[in-house]
Design a binder for this molecule. Structure first.
Ligand code: NI
Length: 176
């Protein structure tokens, strides 16, 4: 296992559309572990391939069990690895919420996201998975899937007044 270096905005890989993963091999499992470890060390709740300079369609996430925004969610506290994720359904209802990003340290912004989504993906073993997620978990997944398409939360701000400078290690600014 190894800690990977996180790349920061502005960066070319962060702006590229990442390629689908075709080989579900030990190297992919090692990459998944590295990403989970790197995310944990950086105190983030999500990390996508492009954020460590890997232009492939993979992200990891782990929402803290004690995060009020994920209260009662069965996926809270669980480390997840999503490969080639696709949003196949999304609610019409949008919700505004605060987001940060490990690649944009020191900032947070208010972004509209679908309240509920259905995501199809594979895990690191190639097993098909289906996630029905709402609220905060749905927000994190949308943020990470955006990363795979070269989109940052900055692109989704509705105005300059939606971006905030944050104090480091502030609880509210969990980064994705
Ligand atoms: Ni991010």
């Amino acid at each position: 296992m190894a800690i990977r270096e996180i790349v920061f905005h502005p960066n070319d890989t962060l702006r590229r559309k990442a390629a689908p993963i075709e080989q579900f091999d030990p190297a992919l499992r090692a990459l998944s572990k590295d990403m989970l470890e790197t995310m944990q060390l950086a105190e983030g709740v999500g990390l996508a391939g492009p954020q460590i300079g890997v232009a492939q369609r993979i992200f990891v996430m782990r929402v803290r069990e004690n995060d009020q925004r994920a209260e009662g969610d069965p996926l809270a506290g669980k480390p997840l690895v999503l490969i080639n994720p696709e949003i196949v359904e999304e609610s019409l209802e949008m919700v505004e919420g605060m987001e940060g990003c490990l690649s944009i340290p020191g900032y947070a912004g208010l972004v509209d996201r679908h309240q509920k989504i259905v995501v199809l993906a594979r895990n690191e073993w190639g097993k098909p998975k289906r996630y029905v997620v709402e609220g905060y978990l749905a927000r994190v997944m949308q943020h990470e899937i955006d990363h795979l398409d070269g989109i940052l939360f900055l692109d989704r701000l509705k105005g300059d007044d939606k971006l905030f400078k944050v104090v480091e290690h502030e609880e509210e600014a969990a980064s994705e």
